[in-house]
Design a protein around this ligand. Structure first.
Ligand code: PLP
Length: 394
């Protein structure tokens, strides 16, 4: 018999939709994949070369659980450069197997049964899954389209109770592409200063994929660094999802516990990968800039195309590589429409509800695909839109 906690563990439905789409492909259907959240670009050559060199040089053994010191130094240098004022010391950095484990380590280290965790909704589903798993209580805060896909700061303040242990923020955000404006971060900090026992998990995995302005980390604010775990990694920025390389910047008093969790789970991140991480963060960054320029073109194309579909209305997101069109005017439920688009138009996308209850009324499209495929996907959806066009109101 399974442990009870397993009934509380969620999952990431994107992988299930991917499996459905692959099954259709195996049956001979041609599917355009706009469901998966990974850059379609190749990992830059200098990074691949660094990994191959490291293997040849014998970086093929265990490393300390928190990572090779040189890699931790590279991360600290990178964070200090990209987030001025963050004061990232190498000793406070852990190198992890992708960015995702930083969620697990943070929640395992901090959240006791009955503790409350404020989590935006819709959002990446793993935060909620893990909090439920450890017996914590998820307190969802609604992400509002009319706020540029951000939550309401007054509501945030109202949701804080003496049981609040952790707050999750994610900017730029999955699934909406929303970016927390500085004025909102200012106010969140102001509020949190009144509650010194609350920790923050700041998921900054899309920090480099931003189209206007620059990313701001909450950990750069006075007093916040000591209570914020910053999650970032190489998956999105350097098109390295399959390498499984990420990192966390931890409050000094948490590093040893998080390191212990690494020892208990995976021992360490791959040695040669850590050497490649040094090249990724310290080497030329032109491939990142090029990728972001390309994403911007695709973003503009997909937003324009989606807005031409009856019943769809799509904002222009400021970051990440997702769009989150409002489809309420089609009169259909999100999941029903996502299925129809998959089975009848051959386009895989996700229902907004894959990211939480407040995702109803939306679909998520990832534009990590070629412009040609994006345009083809739009044409295919337009071609079946007669099915709901007569129901479109207003
Ligand atoms: N955080 C967010 C918001 C994500 O969307 C993802 C992946 O989609 C991750 C973290 C996980 O990143 P990684 O692949 O580095 O584990």
């Amino acid at each position: 018999m399974l442990a009870k906690r397993m009934t509380r563990l969620g999952t990431e439905t994107a992988f299930e939709v991917l499996a459905k789409a692959k099954k259709l492909e195996a049956e001979g259907k041609e599917i355009i994949h706009l469901e998966i959240g990974e850059p379609d670009f190749d990992t830059p050559r200098n990074i691949k070369k660094a990994a191959i060199k490291a293997i040849k040089e014998g970086y093929t053994h265990y490393t300390p659980s928190a990572g090779i010191m040189e890699a931790r130094e590279a991360v600290s240098e990178y964070l200090n450069k990209t987030r001025p004022g963050i004061n990232a010391r190498p000793e406070d950095i852990v190198i992890t197997v992708g960015g995702k484990p930083v969620m697990l380590y943070t929640i395992f280290a901090l959240v006791d049964e009955g503790d409350e965790v404020i989590i935006p909704n819709p959002t990446y589903p793993i935060y909620e899954s893990l909090v439920n798993f450890v017996g914590g209580t998820v307190v969802p805060i609604k992400i509002k389209e009319e706020n540029g896909f951000n939550f309401d700061i007054d509501e945030f303040e109202r949701l804080i109770t003496p049981k609040t242990k952790l707050v999750v923020i994610n900017s730029p955000a999955n699934p909406t592409g929303g970016v927390l404006p500085k004025k909102d971060i200012d106010r969140i900090v102001e509020i949190l200063q009144k509650h010194p026992n609350i920790y923050i998990l700041s998921d900054e995995i899309y920090s480099e994929i931003i189209y206007e302005g620059k990313h701001i980390s909450i950990a750069t604010y006075p007093g916040m660094r000591e209570r914020t775990i910053v999650l970032d990694g190489l998956s999105k920025t350097y098109a390295m999802t399959g390498w499984r390389l990420g990192y966390g910047l931890c409050p000094s008093n948490l590093v040893s516990y998080i390191t212990k969790l690494i020892t208990n789970s995976v021992s360490c991140a791959p040695a040669f990968g850590q050497m490649a991480l040094i090249e990724a963060l310290k080497g030329p960054q032109n491939s990142v800039k090029k990728m972001v320029r390309e994403f911007k073109k695709r973003r503009d194309a997909i937003v324009k195309g989606l807005n031409e579909i009856p019943g769809f209305s799509c904002q222009t997101p400021k970051g990440a590589f997702y769009v989150f069109p409002n489809i309420t005017k089609t009169g259909m439920k999100s999941q029903e429409l996502a299925n129809m688009i998959l089975y009848e138009a051959g386009v895989a996308c996700l229902s907004g509800t894959c990211f939480g209850k407040y995702g109803e009324g939306y679909l998520r499209f990832s534009y990590a695909n070629s412009l040609e495929n994006i345009n083809k996907a739009i044409e295919r959806i337009k071609a079946i839109s007669y099915k709901w066009a007569d129901k479109v109101k207003g």
